[in-house]
Design a binder for this molecule. Structure first.
Ligand code: 0YR
Ligand code: MG
Length: 372
C-alpha cells in the first residue's frame, strides 16, 4: 500500500435548511475539506475535516496538505498510520507553527484517509477493522431540530416531528440568548410538547460567562436537561470545573479541543461528564482513539461531536467501548457513497469497506471549489 499521490479537495455543500445559527456561528454551507490518497496498487482513501465553508481558510488547510504533508507522505506505506501520524505532527518546522488549528485539521483529513485505506484494503467496514461492533443499535440524537435561529413554532414543529414521525428519543437544542430566560422558555415549551420521556440535551457553543451559566442552570432545574454542552469559553478549564461542581446538570465538551492533552486537562479537573472528541479536529482517528481510551480509563461516556456529520463517527461509536450515543445532522450524508442514515432513531451500521468517507463523484464535480 505505497502512497502514490495525495490530492486535496474542497467541497462546499449547501445545508438542508437555507441557513442556521447557533449562539456563535451562522452558516449556509458545510465545508468538506480533505484529501484523496491514492496508492500504487490503485486503492483510493478519502479523509476530510469539517469547516464553515470559508474558502480562504479552507485553502490554508488544503495548502498544508499539498505543500507540507504530501511530500512527507508520497512513497510511504499507507498502513503505517502511527508512524506517519508522528512524522507529520512532530515534523520539527511544522510542529513549530502547528500543534493545533489549521495544521491539525489538515492532519485529521490525512489520518482519516489512511484509515479509510486500511479498512478498504482489508475489505471490511472500519468498525469491523477496528475490532467489531459493541452494539447492534447505535442510538442517534437529533441536533438539526434545535437551531437557535429557529423561531419557537419551527422549534416545536421540528421537535414533535422528530419524536412522533422519525422515532428519535433524544434531541439537542441550542441555547445562548442574551437573556437566558428566553432559552428557559423555549426549552420548557419543547419539554411540554414532547413529554418527560424524551432526553433533551442543550448546547451553548461557548457563548455565556460563568455567572450566566450558573443562573441558567438554576432557572432550568426542573427541565431535566440531559447535558449542557460547551457552556463556557472552550479552553477555560477552571470555570468549567466550577460550574460542574455547582450544578447537577452534566457538562459535555470537546468539539473545540485539538489534543489529547487538552482532554486530559478537563478530565483531570472534573470539568467534563460527557467527552466529545471529533476525528475532524483532533488529529484524525489515531488521536481520537487515544482520547476515547482516556475517557474509558476515567469511566466517562464518549459522545463524539460530528464534524464529519457522523460519516466516520458511526464507525467509531459502533466500535469503541466507551461510546454511548451519536449526533445526527443530515446536511451532507447524501453526498457520500454510504450515507450515515438513521432509522427509528438508530444509526444504520455501515456495510461497505472503509470509513464511509468516499464522496459521490457527482458531488465532487458539482460542489468542488478551486484550491487557489
Ligand atoms: C454550526 N454541534 C455543534 C455547527 C455544531 C455547530 O455552526 O457547526 O452548532 O458544530 O455545536 O454540537
Ligand atoms: Mg456543540
Amino acid at each position: 500500500m505505497k502512497i502514490a499521490s495525495v490530492q486535496p479537495f474542497i467541497l462546499h455543500l449547501p445545508l438542508t435548511s437555507a441557513s442556521i445559527s447557533d449562539s456563535t456561528h451562522s452558516i449556509t454551507h458545510w465545508g468538506v475539506v480533505g484529501a484523496k490518497i491514492v496508492t500504487t496498487d490503485g486503492l483510493e482513501g478519502y479523509g476530510f475535516t469539517g469547516t464553515h465553508a470559508h474558502l480562504a481558510s479552507d485553502r490554508l488547510i488544503t495548502s498544508c496538505i499539498s505543500d507540507c504533508y504530501a511530500p512527507l507522505l508520497v512513497g510511504e506505506d499507507a498502513s503505517d498510520h502511527q508512524r506517519l501520524w508522528t512524522k507529520l505532527a512532530r515534523y520539527p518546522s511544522l510542529q513549530w507553527v502547528g500543534r493545533a488549528g489549521i495544521t491539525h485539521l489538515a492532519l485529521a483529513a490525512v489520518d482519516v484517509a489512511l484509515w479509510d485505506l486500511k479498512a478498504k484494503k482489508a475489505g471490511v467496514p472500519l468498525w469491523n477493522y477496528l475490532g467489531g461492533a459493541r452494539t447492534d443499535a447505535l442510538e442517534a440524537y437529533n441536533t438539526d431540530i434545535g437551531w437557535i435561529s429557529f423561531d419557537l413554532e419551527t422549534l416545536l414543529r421540528g421537535s414533535a416531528k422528530a419524536v412522533e414521525e422519525d422515532g428519535f428519543t433524544r434531541l439537542k437544542i441550542k441555547v445562548g440568548h442574551d437573556d437566558p430566560n428566553v432559552d428557559v422558555e423555549r426549552l420548557a415549551a419543547v419539554r411540554r410538547r414532547v413529554g418527560s420521556k424524551i432526553r433533551i440535551a442543550i448546547d451553548g457553543n461557548g457563548r455565556w460567562d460563568l455567572p450566566t451559566c450558573q443562573r441558567f442552570c438554576v432557572l432550568a432545574r426542573d427541565l431535566d436537561i440531559y447535558w449542557f454542552e460547551e457552556p463556557l469559553w472552550y479552553d477555560d478549564v477552571k470555570s468549567h470545573a466550577t460550574l460542574a461542581r455547582n450544578t447537577s446538570v452534566p457538562i459535555a465538551l470537546g468539539e473545540q479541543l485539538y489534543t489529547l492533552d487538552a482532554f486530559r486537562s478537563f478530565i483531570d479537573a472534573g470539568a467534563v461528564a460527557y467527552v466529545q472528541p471529533d476525528v475532524t479536529r483532533l488529529g484524525g482517528i489515531t488521536e481520537y482513539i487515544q482520547v476515547a481510551d482516556l475517557a474509558l480509563a476515567n469511566r466517562l461516556p464518549v459522545v463524539p461531536h460530528a464534524g464529519e456529520m457522523s460519516q466516520v463517527h458511526v464507525h467509531m461509536s459502533y466500535w469503541h467501548p466507551a461510546s454511548t450515543i451519536l449526533e445526527y445532522i443530515p446536511w451532507i450524508k447524501d453526498h457520500f457513497e454510504e450515507p450515515a442514515n438513521v432509522e427509528e432513531g438508530v444509526f444504520r451500521r455501515p456495510q461497505r469497506p472503509g470509513a464511509s468517507t468516499t464522496p459521490l463523484a457527482k458531488s465532487m464535480e458539482n460542489f468542488g471549489k478551486s484550491l487557489r
